[in-house]
Structure formats: C-alpha cells, structure tokens
Write a protein that binds this ligand. Structure first.
Ligand SMILES: NC(=O)c1ccc[n+]([C@@H]2O[C@H](COP(=O)([O-])OP(=O)(O)OC[C@H]3O[C@@H](n4cnc5c(N)ncnc54)[C@H](OP(=O)(O)O)[C@@H]3O)[C@@H](O)[C@H]2O)c1
Length: 271
C-alpha cells in the first residue's frame, strides 16, 4: 500500500483525531483529498471540513467501504457498538488503527469476527503539538508493511516505538499518563520561582522550557540522563544542593511508584 495514494477513513472526529489530522496534513504525508472523517456530531464534521478541507460523512459504513486504512478514534466505551456496526463492511483488505485506550486488539478482532488487519496505538496528549510519544503494536493479521504505514502516520505527530501488546499497560502508565506528571512538576517549579520572586508567567516559561530542554538533550545528545546530570552538578554548587533535597525526599522512588500505580491501574481497567 502506498501512503501517497491510500484512502484514510477516520471514525470519531474528536480531539485526538483532530491532532492526527493536523500532523499528517502538515507533514504532507497524506493529502486532504485522501481523507474522510465521520462522527455522530455534525458540528464536529463541519468544523473539521472547514479546518482541514477533508471530506466528511455521518455514515460509518461509507467510511470503511471507501478506505484502505481506518483510524478508530472513538472513546473506549463506544468501541463495542462501533465494531458491531462496521463488522458487515469490514474484510481482510482493511487496515484498522485503533487508539482506544485499554481496548485489546483481540477484542477488536472479536468485534469484527476476525476480519480486518489490526494495529493498536497508544499516543499521548502531546500529539496536539506534534510531540506525542506513541507506542504501536501489531494485532491480529497485521503485517510488517501495515506497521510501516501506521508508524509513518504516528511519526507525523511525534516519536514512535514498537512494542509487544502485553507491554501496552506499561506504556499507558509511563507515556500515556506521563504528561500529567510533568505538568505537576512544571507547576511546582513555577511555584518555587514565584516564591523566590519571579512573576508567574516568567517562572512558568522558565520551568516549561527547562523541562523541554532537558528532554531534548536526552533525546538528541545520545547521553544517559545520569551523565547529563553529572555534567551540570559542579562540586559544592547549586545543583548538587538541589539534587540532595530531591534524593532525601526519595524523588526517584516516588516517581517510580507513580508510574507503577498507573501501570497497575491500566491493568485493572483492562480486565
Ligand atoms: N485525548 C487523548 O489525549 C488521548 C490519548 C491517548 C489515546 N486516546 C484515545 O483516543 C480516542 C479518542 O479520544 P478523544 O479524546 O479524541 O475523544 P473525543 O474527543 O470524545 O472524540 C471521539 C469522537 O467520536 C464520536 N463518536 C462516538 N461514537 C461514535 C461512532 N459510533 N461513530 C462516529 N463517531 C463517534 C464522539 O461523539 P460524542 O462525543 O457525541 O460521543 C466524539 O466526537 C479514545 O479511545 C482515547 O482512549 C486519547
């Protein structure tokens, strides 16, 4: 399948679908003329048509019949009904990409009576600024070529990794829930800046850019966080004084506990 000519159907034109549309269109990977979106809310369709010049439909059968690749972007609780609705028009020629949190590819396959090729993806909210951390896994009948197409689509909204599906709960606890941990850290650092005399907007800008810069160094410099930390902790300096307080408060253990709690909660919800 060639990305330049494939037909993409999107079912559920909500927040995440909008982010993905913005990314694939901005990257030039797929053009608006290749895309049709459906939603049960005509208000959303009107908006997406105006914003992105994509085609729209209120009919999910039309979406599946006319597409090679179908992005399932409804809430997890709406998936069961959606799958039974599109089951009659699904066949092995259709590649289905599901971003529904916690819905296993086996359950999707079951809902489609074993038809269709399935890939499951867990993006995160930073897709909104094209900086998602997205994990992809191969589901029933999906091929390596299918994975290549799915990766290209999600690389348009950030970075991707490929994992085994059994690790999806780990991803959910780490990068799915992760942005919220950093929002909390940025807020706390900004509070500290305000306490030390900075204005709220200056403190917030400095805290957020510091977080962003540190992440970029880890991603781009190819160094471990430990080595980078050592580079900025000069003997008897300010940074090691701050690190000492973090270590005394078990910051590492608390962060690990938080991710572990989210992983366990994801496992519980998936039962
Ligand atoms: N947002 C995130 O940060 C994020 C991160 C990772 C994964 N996800 C996953 O992405 C999926 C979408 O999330 P979202 O935040 O974009 O949700 P959303 O904004 O609620 O979008 C879903 C849209 O689908 C519509 N819809 C419901 N049933 C439908 C059907 N049968 N046919 C067509 N459209 C239908 C909904 O309409 P109504 O509102 O009227 O129901 C809504 O407009 C979820 O499964 C979520 O787990 C989201």
């Amino acid at each position: 399948m060639d990305v330049k000519t494939l037909k993409l159907g999107v079912i559920g034109g909500g927040a995440m679908a909008e982010n993905i549309l913005r990314g694939v269109l901005a990257s030039g990977l797929i053009s608006a003329s290749q895309i049709t979106v459906s939603d049960i809310q005509s208000r959303r369709l009107k908006y997406l048509k105006e914003a992105f010049k994509v085609s729209t439909s209120l009919d999910n059968h039309e979406i599946v019949s006319g597409a090679d690749v179908i992005l399932l972007a409804v809430k997890p609780q709406n998936m069961k009904v959606l799958l039974s609705e599109i089951n009659p028009v699904t066949d092995e020629k259709k590649l289905l990409l599901s971003i529904a949190a916690g819905v296993k590819s086996g359950a999707i396959s079951q809902g489609l009576s074993g038809k269709g090729r399935i890939i499951r993806i867990m993006p995160n909210i930073a897709a909104k600024v094209l900086e998602s951390a997205s994990a992809l896994c191969l589901g029933p009948s999906a091929t390596g070529d299918d994975l290549t197409i799915a990766k290209k689509i999600f690389e348009a909204v950030g970075k991707t990794v490929v994992i085994d599906e059994e690790l999806m709960d780990a991803v959910t606890g780490l990068s799915g829930s992760g942005p919220a941990y950093f929002f909390l850290i940025i807020e706390a650092m900004a509070d500290a800046g305000v306490k030390a005399g900075l204005t709220r907007s200056t403190a917030q800008k400095l805290a957020a850019q510091t977080c962003f810069g540190a992440a970029k160094l880890v991603l781009d410099a190819g160094e471990t966080p430990a080595k980078l930390k050592d580079l900025v902790t000069s003997p008897g300096g300010t940074t090691i004084a701050g690190i000492h307080v973090l270590e005394k408060g078990s910051a590492r253990g608390i962060i690990m506990d938080a991710v572990e709690a989210a992983v366990n909660r994801s496992k519980e919800l998936g039962k």
